[in-house]
Design a protein. Structure first.
Length: 296
């Protein structure tokens, strides 16, 4: 019996720049369909991991319909992200002052309010930050006590940036944006996958949210790069780890805020398309591995 590759998908945090991994994943999903029409993201990935606002679309991608197929295609989520992103990341104090309903909460409750953690059938790690203990906190599929927790609440807990959105109260914890401690969750995603698949070969797909050579690197980006370099080194010595890092280098100087005009978002997507085209060899290598997995 041939041992299949296990696939781990890890996505960095980055607010509006989450459009970058979404576009890359939509490209991968389209190629998967060419390999096998039954392949999609939920059936192709064994372990999902994300942090900050990326948890929003990661959770959405994991949802399956009654036939076990993807409930939300990557392109559909990308379109939603563009359409509703301004609401999700708005700095307004609330869309309903009398009830203090924040835009982030309003949008996520609308789309995911009737879904619980139990509806996520893959292994996963979603990173938040407990401001009380000043430490990272990860939601996972092994936490039975959170099975009935609303997915929208988890998404908010992982992406509520301090000073813009209030923290989410969960027991004695106050949970906020996971990017405060976890910008690139690839290492932890790999370690988590090894708990379930200790001897299987693992394809680790790590997707970043873009860099710029003139961008002032803060500790978030420095930490993301450190994790990347460590995983790259590990892949040289660990023959059962096949590591891919997709991280576009942006040409524009814009910070890509949803406060910008629509053309900035268009530019961001165009730059990601250029990155996909110029890194065709890396994508082809990954697709070849997925073909082996599909046929084994």
């Amino acid at each position: 019996m041939v041992c299949k590759y296990r696939v781990v998908l890890s996505i960095d945090g980055g607010g509006i720049r989450g459009l970058i991994p979404l576009r890359i994943i939509a490209h991968l999903e389209r190629i998967f369909k060419e390999i096998d029409p039954d392949l999609d993201i939920p059936t192709s990935v064994d372990v999902f991991s994300s942090t900050s606002a990326s948890t929003i679309f990661t959770g959405a991608m994991m949802l399956k319909d009654s036939k076990g197929k993807s409930k939300h295609k990557s392109q559909e989520i990308l379109d939603l992200y563009v359409k509703r992103g301004k609401q999700i990341f708005s700095k307004n104090t609330g869309v309903d002052a009398s009830h203090s309903i924040y835009p982030l909460t309003f949008v996520l409750d609308h789309y995911f309010g009737d879904i619980t953690m139990e509806d996520l059938k893959n292994h996963f790690l979603f990173f938040s930050y407990n401001s009380i203990s000043e430490s990272s906190f990860a939601f996972s599929d092994t936490m039975d006590r959170y099975r009935n927790l609303a997915l929208s609440k988890v998404m908010t807990a992982c992406s509520a940036y301090p000073g813009v959105f209030p923290p989410i109260q969960l027991g004695k914890m106050e949970l906020v944006d996971g990017m405060l401690t976890t910008q690139n969750p690839a290492q932890m995603a790999y370690d988590y996958a090894r708990l379930f698949y200790p001897t299987d070969p693992i394809v680790l797909i790590s997707v970043g949210t873009g860099t710029h050579e003139n961008m002032l690197k803060d500790h978030f980006e420095i930490e993301a790069e450190r994790v990347h370099q460590e995983m790259k080194e590990k892949s040289f010595s660990d023959k059962k780890l096949l590591y891919f890092r997709f991280q576009p280098h942006l040409q524009s100087l814009t910070n890509y805020s949803f406060e910008d005009e629509l053309h900035s978002i268009t530019d961001l997507l165009n730059e990601t398309n250029d990155y996909i085209e110029s890194n065709k060899n890396d994508f082809d290598r990954l697709i070849h591995l997925m073909e082996i997995r599909a046929n084994s």
